[in-house]
Write a new protein. Structure first.
Length: 96
């Protein structure tokens, strides 16, 4: 009887150790840095701005200097350069 308990406990211990060793680190979530491209349909003038909550494609976004309508034509993720990543990590260390 003691031998069976020893074997069962050994299997449980091996299983727990295997779980702890094989557990992978969860990757840290990187927030997206989104930009919005706003384009005038009349004069084809365009400008980029930071994404605002509620932006969606083909949303009317005001009037152009020429009097035409501005529309959101593209929403995209801006990749950080290596220099920007290092700077962000450096400043996060001192964040309150």
């Amino acid at each position: 009887m003691d031998f069976i308990i020893f074997i069962v406990l050994s299997f449980i211990l091996v299983f727990i150790v295997k779980l702890l060793i094989s557990k992978k680190k969860v990757e840290e979530f990187k927030p997206l840095k989104l930009s919005t491209l706003v384009e005038c349909k009349s004069c084809k003038n365009f400008q980029t701005r930071n994404y605002k909550d509620g932006d969606y494609l083909y949303q009317h976004s005001g009037e152009c200097k020429c009097g035409g309508q501005l529309w959101i034509t593209k929403i995209y993720n801006v990749e950080e350069t290596e220099k920007e990543q290092k700077w962000r990590q450096y400043t996060e260390r001192f964040a309150v």
